[in-house]
Design a protein around this ligand. Structure first.
Ligand code: M6R
Length: 365
């Protein structure tokens, strides 16, 4: 059942503190206070290059993973949409690692990409939620997301648990390659263990986000989402979520791209969602907010107390989420964008769990 919620999507959003914890605990050794992956049938430390492949929301988890793996593990990551990858004749060096992210494990393009990579000498790792699925079976190894069945067509808890697995992979790979000092490893692992309780705090903003959705988003025809660094994939994910369940046109942009075209769209009718945790890129995003507001744009800012203090006077609304290590921010900032899409769709009266034209698993191309 829906566990007392109106929709599966709401139930699944509110399950995230639990399933994030479950997914993390499977890879966390509490006595050593460190993250350990299950044994893999290849040497992770020897991997020269990574290819990250998926569709839709899973691909956006993969894009966060690319940023993490390059920054902390120092390995080059090629990121691709499965539907492009499989028809692109990609050039791959023997012995690379290819990662396939999929909730259902049955997405046709992702599966075809996996088969291509197997034929081209890659070690194939699945990050999969459905353990009995084709991708789980055909991959050389699987790191499971323990989200439990996801019924709502809009992916929510699968996304955040995919991020948890990718974060753990990043820490484990950095350690295996000897490129992360103990202090950094302890800091990142510690930040990970706090995510379940911080996620529960984020969900306390539900009522506030619902009010924002009803006031500013229900009447909108177009919405922009902006972010930098790992908040950029979150901007893409926020826009995807809003499109698919509320049918409002939305676009995610790297905040630094605004000046290169999309700022022309800004007027008082276009809400702009800004994903801006306090991190080394915050001031750059803040100046993009200034530019948006100067052109009449209505900014809705998701940040922490410090960031909200800085942007409150500029923004239409600003929600202060708990302050966290920037490493884990993408996991937590997924929640408000999910809630924003959910409440907008509910207020518009769309079929939230079964949006028009969409299937839960795209098993044909
Ligand atoms: O089952 P998969 O994770 O392979 O599915 C990938 C996409 O079809 C999926 O994430 C889709 O984009 C969602 N409906 C987004 O909410």
């Amino acid at each position: 059942g829906k566990g007392g919620h109106r929709h599966f999507m709401a139930k699944e959003i509110f399950e995230q503190p639990q399933v994030i914890g479950d997914t993390l605990n499977a890879m966390f050794n509490p006595t050593r206070r460190s993250i350990t992956l299950p044994d893999l049938p290849f040497d992770l430390a020897a991997v020269p290059r990574i290819t990250m492949i998926a569709c839709g929301t899973a691909s956006l988890a993969g894009l966060v993973g690319k940023y993490w793996l390059e920054r902390f593990a120092g390995v080059a990551v090629d990121w691709d949409l499965a539907s492009e990858f499989r028809y692109r004749a990609p050039v791959m060096a023997e012995g690379g690692l290819a990662i396939f992210i999929s909730q259902s494990g049955e997405t046709a393009d992702t599966l075809a990409a996996l088969r291509y990579c197997k034929q081209h000498g890659q070690h194939c790792l699945g990050i999969v939620n459905a353990p009995e699925s084709t991708i789980a079976r055909e991959a050389d190894a699987v790191l499971p997301t323990l989200a439990g069945p996801e019924i709502g067509v809009a992916s929510t808890k699968a996304f955040t648990t995919q991020l948890v697995v990718l974060a753990c992979l990043t820490i484990a790979l950095a350690r295996a390659r000897g490129v992360m000092d103990r202090e950094t490893e302890a800091r990142l692992s510690g930040a990970m263990t706090e995510v379940p309780s911080r996620a529960a705090e984020v969900l306390n903003h539900d009522g506030r986000i619902r009010a924002i959705a009803e006031d500013a988003f229900v009447p909108a025809r177009d919405v922009l989402y902006l972010g930098r660094g790992t908040s950029y994939p979150l901007a893409l994910e926020g826009a995807l979520k809003l499109k698919e369940i509320s049918y409002i046109h939305a676009e995610g942009y790297a905040a630094g791209e605004m000046k290169h075209g999309p700022i022309a769209l800004i007027d008082e009718h276009v809400p702009v969602v800004v994903i801006a945790p306090s991190d080394p890129l915050f001031e750059k995003t803040a100046s993009n907010v200034q530019e948006v507001v100067a052109r009449g744009g209505k900014a809705v800012v998701f940040s922490d107390a410090e960031g909200v203090k800085r942007l409150r006077d500029l923004a239409l609304d600003a929600v202060a989420l708990p302050a966290v290590d920037p490493f884990v921010a993408p996991i937590l900032y997924a929640l408000p964008v999910q809630l924003l899409a959910y409440h907008t769709a509910v207020a518009k009266g769309t079929d939230v769990d079964q949006p028009r034209n969409l299937a839960k698993a795209v098993t044909v191309e």
